[in-house]
Write a new protein. Structure first.
Length: 104
């Protein structure tokens, strides 16, 4: 399914300096410069694709109040974790992290 869209996606991305993409499944086909996983403790359903690629994430962005990432999960996350309010994804800490990782 997603694989059939990859030629068009590659064409759309051609020449782009920076792209923000919301997709875990695309990681089967692309290797991003930075992969930031978004976790929302208020959502009980942890997508299979999110779980599958969690170890590849460079950092996590946890939405909502500071607390456990997912109390029903035993997934350790030994990478940077940022916190943000719902709807405010690019906090100054996240922007700084991305700038450092991308060298900009």
């Amino acid at each position: 399914k997603l694989g059939t869209a990859m030629p068009a996606l590659h064409a759309a991305l051609d020449g782009a300096e920076y792209v923000i993409m919301e997709s875990n499944s695309v990681l089967e086909f692309l290797r991003p410069d930075v992969y930031l996983t978004v976790l929302d403790p208020a959502v009980e359903d942890f997508k299979v694709s999110a779980r599958r690629f969690l170890e590849q994430a460079d950092a996590a962005l946890v939405i909502g109040p500071i607390g456990p990432i997912n109390p029903s999960s035993d997934l350790p996350f030994p990478k940077p974790v940022f916190h943000a309010e719902r709807g405010v994804w690019l906090t100054p800490d996240v922007v700084c992290f991305l700038q450092q990782r991308l060298g900009i």
